[in-house]
Design a protein around this ligand. Structure first.
Ligand code: ADP
Length: 655
């Protein structure tokens, strides 16, 4: 094949422009990305070679080599992995196949800092080479192909790239970066070693660099920046040494791994710039043997709510990389967890389909779920400092101190996703219920657990009261809460979209039933004294004729009309029947374009309220009745069916 010129796909050109213009702050990630590609290429070779050992040719030891040439101003990353055919080079290095990339492009804000952060998350992989290079030459040959079938790919990182054939004896890929003037620092052994130590130590593949020594042969411990100490400076010796740890991090004993190394590994696999919130690392032995290293991120990713989002678990079998995003290893409600599972039992040729059915996988999934829940329980337990007791001052260990407030952070980011587990994972429902946190009528922050609530329940209270609403303000100011406030009874405020759905699966906590304050007839049970009950009954009796008229006037809107003692300041409110769908959920379903049954609520009126007292004998009875109903609807975040009619009625009364 003679030289051919190809244009980059439009998205690539756009991405390249961005890469070269906004990544100054985090230049050095280019090396991480290119080493990671080299390592993937070796993983792919190892995997294909399982069925075709000949692919190893005469070089069974997979490795990555870094080298530089100061005079030529080049830095080269070479691997002896799978390599690329000409077509693969054109396809893979000229287009962006990843589905997430469109999404990525649409999120770019034009703000350099946040865009750079995004690039880190999505990973621009190969193209990040152009952060430091104004030209890249890739020379590659597919494993198994003839030497004459090598390819050279060259681009200046703007509109197009060139491809031509090449004879290349060794399989694999060399990426030659022609360094920009301002990036010449990277042609330096110390600098490269430092970056590899930071990002790529855990790569299980050896990363090699040529050893250097002082030119006059008189060896001075090279523990310092190169340069100036000897007239000849450092020269290459032709001997290669491994500069990374070259053992997969998760296979090393815990005690040999520092927190920083754990955090760096996390950043590498998650492409997150921030350190993780916490992690767990264990070797599990028993009927199935595996190692798990699982992380909880500190921040939710942008696509947390994407239903197709895959789990963040990489599957290895006996240290051989098998697949990314192994969703079978983690339930969907824990999709935010990142990490690695390395199984000793699964077959190496395991497919996604096979994973779904495997008993070993089921055991791993259960084991991983339990581990994550334990990790969360531990954070929850240490979230707040214990109340100080009789003069014992500071009893917290440093480790405990570091956990303060962590669960609150976690819950703020991922609490709503965790709730999906209530409907998804019945075997862990009780553990999950204990991990839930809510705001309440007496606590503004989302920090109240069911257990906290129970501990504060009034004498005679036999239910956990809650209300669901679209916003915290709507929940807090809801008329249904009035009597609870008056009596000092705490009510949980639930404002996550999933709450209503999730609560379908939780009817009680530790023997105490959950009761919505907006559902069913009002019954405070023992919390209401005899006198109040008697007064309510009397009011209901004297009110009967008015109720009958109200029912007639509102027969198209309200299922029923009754008096209530749940209100203090408001004239009326709406409730639904015990087993009915809440008005809020019905609204939400409608907004989402889904079928929702027509919810006809019950109108409850407060016989003590001046407006309600006026009803009897009023000439405006019909208008007042409708205003009462529509206002009750407004108060809980709904809209009158005919807003104009409502306005007209109110104005008529005002004037
Ligand atoms: P990603 O690695 O996330 O898929 P990149 O842009 O880094 O995205 O790389 C695009 C593709 O180019 C890779 O998926 C791979 O097929 C190919 N590629 C890149 N580097 C190498 C390499 N060193 N050896 C073989 N193939 C490579």
């Amino acid at each position: 094949m003679s030289k051919q010129t190809h244009a980059f796909q439009a998205e690539v050109a756009q991405l390249l422009h961005l890469v070269t213009h906004s990544l100054y702050s985090n230049q050095e990630i280019f090396l991480r990305e290119l080493i990671s590609n080299a390592s993937d290429a070796c993983d792919k070779l190892r995997f294909e070679a399982l069925n075709n050992n000949a692919l190893y040719e005469d070089a069974p030891e997979l490795q990555v080599r870094l080298s530089f040439d100061k005079a030529a101003k080049t830095l080269t990353i070479t691997d002896n992995g799978i390599g690329m055919t000409a077509q693969e080079a054109i396809d893979h290095l000229g287009t962006i196949a990843k589905s997430g990339t469109k999404d990525f492009m649409s999120k770019l804000s034009g703000d350099q800092k946040s865009d750079a952060q995004l690039i880190g998350q999505f990973g621009v992989g190969f193209y990040s080479g152009f952060i430091v290079a104004d030209k890249i030459t890739v020379e590659t040959r597919r494993a198994g192909a003839a030497a004459a079938e090598g390819v050279r790919w060259i681009s200046g990182g703007t509109g197009d790239f060139e491809v031509e054939t090449l004879t290349r004896a060794e399989r694999g890929t060399s990426v030659v970066l022609h360094l920009r003037e301002e990036a010449l620092d990277y042609a330096n052994t110390w600098k490269l070693k430092e970056i590899v130590g930071k990002y790529s130590d855990h790569i299980s593949l050896p990363i090699l660099m040529e050893k250097e020594e002082w030119k006059d042969g008189e060896l001075i411990e090279p523990n310092n920046e190169e340069g100036g100490r000897q007239p000849g400076g450092m020269v290459k010796t032709g001997e290669w040494e491994t500069i990374n740890k070259a053992s997969a991090l998760w296979t090393r004993p815990k005690k040999d791994i520092t927190d920083e190394q754990y955090a760096d590994f996390y950043k590498q696999i998650s492409r997150d710039f921030d350190a993780p919130l916490t992690w767990t690392h264990n070797r599990v032995e028993g009927s199935t043997e595996y190692t798990q290293l699982l992380y909880i991120p500190a921040k939710a990713p942008q696509d947390l709510w994407n239903r197709d989002k895959k789990a963040g678990i990489k599957l290895y079998v006996k240290r051989v990389f098998i697949m990314d995003e192994a969703e079978a290893l983690m339930p969907s409600y824990l999709r935010f967890v990142k990490g690695v599972v390395d199984s000793a039992d699964l077959p190496l040729n395991v497919s996604r389909e096979l994973l779904q059915e495997s008993r070993d996988v089921k055991a791993i999934r259960e084991g991983c779920t339990k581990r994550v829940l334990s990790m969360l329980e531990d954070l929850a337990k240490h979230d707040k400092a214990p109340e100080s007791t009789d003069g014992v001052t500071d009893v917290l260990s440093d480790e405990d101190k570091s956990k303060l407030g962590q669960y609150t952070r976690f819950y703020g980011e991922f609490g709503a996703v965790l709730k999906e587990g209530l409907g998804e994972d019945f075997s862990n429902k009780d553990r999950l219920s204990k991990l839930l946190r809510f705001a309440s009528s007496t606590h503004d922050s989302v920090s109240v657990s069911f257990a906290d609530y129970k501990a504060r329940m009034k004498d005679g209270q036999d239910a956990i009261y809650y209300i669901t609403a679209d916003t915290l303000a709507a929940a807090k100011n809801s008329p249904q809460l009035e009597v609870f406030k008056k009596k000092g009874i705490e009510v949980l405020l639930m404002t996550d979209r999933v709450d209503e759905w999730a609560l379908n699966f939780v009817h009680e906590f530790d023997g105490t039933p959950l009761q919505s304050v907006a559902k069913g007839a009002f019954d405070l049970g023992k919390l209401q004294d005899e006198e109040e009950k008697k007064a309510a009954e009397d009011a209901a009796e004297t009110f009967k004729p008015v109720l009958a008229k109200l029912k007639e006037a509102l027969k198209d809107k309200a299922e029923d009309v009754r008096v209530t003692s749940r209100l203090v300041d408001s004239p009326a409110c709406l409730v639904v029947t015990d087993d009915g769908m809440s008005m809020q959920l019905a609204r939400m379903l409608k907004q989402a374009g889904q079928q929702a049954p027509e919810v006809k609520p019950v109108l409850e009126v407060n016989p003590e309220h001046a407006l309600v007292k006026k009803l009897d004998g009023s000439v405006h009875f019909h208008d007042l009745a409708h205003i009462l109903f529509d206002q009750a609807l407004l108060a809980e975040g709904g809209l009158p069916a005919d807003p104009a009619a409502y306005v007209k009625r109110v104005n008529a009364l005002l004037s």
